[in-house]
Each structure stands twice: as structure tokens, then as C-alpha cells.
Design a binder for this molecule. Sequence first.
Ligand SMILES: Cc1cc2nc3c(=O)[nH]c(=O)nc-3n(C[C@H](O)[C@H](O)[C@H](O)COP(=O)(O)OP(=O)(O)OC[C@H]3O[C@@H](n4cnc5c(N)ncnc54)[C@H](O)[C@@H]3O)c2cc1C
Length: 523
Amino acid sequence: MMSTKGTPGTPTSPSTSPAAPPPLRPSASPASPASPASPASPAAASPSPSASASPSPSATPAPFDTDVLVVGAGPTGLLLAGDLAAAGLRVTVAERRAEGRSNLTRAFGVHARTLEQLDSRGLADELIATGTPITDLRLFGGLSLDLSRLPSRFPFLLITPQYEVENVLHRRAVSTGVDFRYGTELRGLDQDADGVTAELSGPDGPATLRARHAVGTDGLRSAVRSALGLPFPGASVIRSIVLADVRLAKEPGHLLTVSASPSGNAFAFVAPFGDGWYRVMGWDRRRQVADDVPVDLDEVRAIAREALGTDLGMHDARWISRFHSDERQAPAYRSGRVFLAGDAAHVHSPAGGQGMNTGLQDAANLSWRLTAVLRGEAPDPEALLDGYQAERHPVGRNVLRSSGAIVRLAMARTPLQRAARDLAARLVGTVRPAAARAMGQISGIGVHYGPGTRRVPDLKLREGRLYELLRAGEFVLVTPEGAAPALPRTAPVAADRVVHATWANPARHDTLLVRPDGYTTPL
Ligand SMILES: Cc1cc2nc3c(=O)[nH]c(=O)nc-3n(C[C@H](O)[C@H](O)[C@H](O)COP(=O)(O)OP(=O)(O)OC[C@H]3O[C@@H](n4cnc5c(N)ncnc54)[C@H](O)[C@@H]3O)c2cc1C
């Protein structure tokens, strides 16, 4: 999707590798291009926590090499793999890239709900130290959103490069024992009642890997999605967006600004990384060209002058690129034992900065479900796994809609459309509930999965903060003092794994069961 021109400012930093993993079984024949997996058959959930310990009841030829194969080590795959390994599962990550991390960044904004998820893993402070918190969003038509009003421990948007998010998640995944296979590409995937067989092509040639489950976190052109035979319907929503990471002679301060030109021919956007570098993006209706048409800083400057009234004296671009944006969503996030998450499941415009954030929330929703099923703790494994699609697919659809709406507003062509946009912006900016809804949606704080499945804020409990207790990766049962903690029989967790806590507020007499991803479970 993105063509990259120019050179990065610093070389890629190597990442640590885990202890030597066991070799994969070489394939009898070279791996073929992604072959369609078996049609969506209901996964017979495995009751055994140790994949290779329990013999399969079917005629499965090979033992399991791993519990879960995660394909793709972007942010989504890294969070998922770290969660599963922290829960004691065997996890293999196949990543096509060579080992090491790029210092080019696509995403640069981490929203409040994502920071809450990272806090529930003890990673938020480390990430926040790498970036700049922004509370003031200046959008079109004078719309200004004050994120400091968000009801969260993290009432801001953290501007930090995507590679910092990946570094934090990668370190955690390595420390929890994830087996990373770099330079290893998924070529084909098949599944049966017991597991998944992946055809990989790695540094030592083709190899086969057998896992109980597989998750495609392999981005826009997901080979897992292709292997499942799933379509990726949608279309390009905007072409010829230019991007530059630059220094500015005139610093606009610590706020994120989006502005459209009065003529409606251009819009631009500036965000500070906090270390003297700024991300500038722009679009000009009159210059709609293919991604591979070269872009230089003069083109970006001209768009900025038209949309913002100034080019802010931009100079020293360390990265310039031209790209287009698609809006697409897979119709299913689950097919039997195989799942899709992140960009493999949904892509949309960068407006609203939600792609990486949505992928990370997908991973947080899927990891505890797979954990419960693989540990044999789910009373109804099928329903638990289907819950991933039921909860996350509508969220993905909404993100497509909202980011698409922002882009279409930015591209408003006629004076009437622009007037309507500016009026809508003023209304959202001045009507408090509308502003709160917009901020809740963009930040993820307002995303709930239904009346009984709501996001739980960082409650004060006798034993500490809720998000600190969630770091165990388990359910947290909060009861009034003196009450005997009792789990419902339908809870997908073994009683001896639940973390028990007591309300700090003695006036609370209710009982709350909080899922590992920080949402309530109906009792
Ligand atoms: C200009 C721009 C700005 C953006 N800004 C934001 C923002 O501010 N906030 C935000 O939330 N999002 C933003 N996004 C979107 C964000 O970058 C993506 O949503 C995010 O990277 C998706 O993460 P992922 O882990 O799902 O996939 P990816 O990051 O695409 O990772 C997929 C991984 O899978 C690997 N892979 C692919 N195929 C195979 C295979 N066959 N076998 C093995 N490995 C494979 C790839 O090498 C890659 O490492 C932006 C995107 C763009 C283009």
C-alpha cells in the first residue's frame, strides 16, 4: 500500500532473539503458494494445556510443534503472542522480515484504551516515556477536542512511533518465551478437526509446522486470509496522500492540527513526535497520481501552505512517501481453528489514527479466549471463540465507517458540503455529549460489547488498582468485603486461577467479574 522514498535517519536496531528454537520439520516438497484451508469447520476445542502431551483422537500424522502459530510480527501479532506465552502456552511467530526493527513509522498515535491495555500488562509507563501526550486535537471547521476530559487514567493521545510500540511488545514477547522465526514466510495453511498445518518457507528452506490454532496477523495482504479463501471486500478511499517526517523552523506546539483549504482542494495534518520531528500528511485534489510517482518536500510544502496557510519552514525530511488508503474488512474473523486480527482483518484510512489501535484491541480480545480454550477451562469453547467475531467485527466495521467519514469530510468538495462539515464540526465541538461520544469512539474508551460487557475503568480496590491486578492475565473477581467469592458455572476460567479483590469503597455491595481484557462478564 505504501511506497517509500528517501532514507531512514538511523539504521534499524537489532532485536534480541530467544534461545535456539527446535527445528521445524522440513517439507517433503517445496511449499506451494497459499492453498485454501479446509472450509470453516467448527474447531473441536482442545482440552489440554500442553499441546504435544495429549495424543490427538484423529489420524493426525504429526505431533503439535506449538500451541498457537502467529503469522506476522507487527504490533497485533506481538501483543497476541506475548499474552499467549505469558499464559504458559507454546507460541511460534513466523515473520517474513529479517530480524530487526525498522525505524520508519506508519502509526504514530496510541489512544487511551490501548494505553489501558498496555497498563494491564505493565507496559504503559515504558511506552509513555518514549512519546508526547497530546490533549488538544484541532480538527476541521474549528472543531477542537479536549482529550483531558476522557474518563481514563490516560486522558490523552500519545504520539510515539509505531516502532516504539513494537519494541515494547517485542521485549515482552521475548521475555515470556515466544519462539520467533524471522525470515519465515507462510506459504500455505490447512486445517482439520484437531489442528492446523502450516507450510512455511524459512532460511533453511520449506518446512511444515503443526499447531492447534493459527492467527493471521500478517497485515493488508494476509496470506492467512488468502489461504482461508476469505475475500477482502472494499475499495480505495483516498489516493495520493503525501507523508513527510520533517523538522520545522516554526514549531506549532504540542497539538495535533488538521486543516482543509478554504477552496476545498487540499487538506493537511501536522503532529509532533516530541523529539523535534513532526509528521506531516497532505492531500491535493488536483494532483492525484499513482503511489510510485516520486514525491519531494516541495510538493508537501505547497499542500501545507494551501491547507494550513504556512509550510512551517519544513526541512530535513527523514522519510517522504506517497500512498493510497483502502477501506476493506474480511467478512469473518474466524474460520475453524484459524483467526484473523489487525490489518489482516480490516484496513481503513489513517484518519483518526485507529488502525494499529484497533489491531491491538483485537489481539487483547482474542488472547484470553484462546488461552481459556487451550487450557481446557472454557465450558463452551465454540461460543467463546465465536465471541471474538461477535465482538470485534462490529467494532472494525465502525472504525471503517468513522475513519471513512473523517476522510470524506476532509475531502468535501462543494461549498455546500464544506459548510455542512463546518456546521457539524461546530456542533460536535460545542455539544458536550456529542464531543464525549466522538472522543470515546476515537480513543476506544467508549467501545463496549453490549449491556453486560462494558469496559471497566481502573477501579480502586483494596489490593491495588484493577489494571495492576489484571497484569496476572487472569479474570478478576471483585466482591464486597466479607463476601464469599463465587464464580458462575459459565465463567470460562478455572476457579483457582481467578484473582480475588475487594472494593476499596465499603459502600459497594455488588460483585463484578472482569475479563482479562478489562471488560465485564455478565454474572
Ligand atoms: C501513513 C499511515 C499512518 C498510520 N497512522 C496510524 C496511527 O496513527 N494510529 C494507528 O492506530 N494506526 C495507524 N496506521 C495503521 C497501522 O500502521 C496499521 O494498522 C498497523 O501496522 C497494523 O498492524 P498489524 O500488526 O495488524 O499489521 P502489520 O503492521 O502490517 O504487520 C504485519 C506483519 O506480517 C508480516 N507478514 C506479512 N505477510 C507474511 C507472511 N506471508 N508470512 C509471515 N509474515 C508475514 C509483515 O512482514 C509484517 O511484519 C497508519 C498507517 C499508515 C499507512
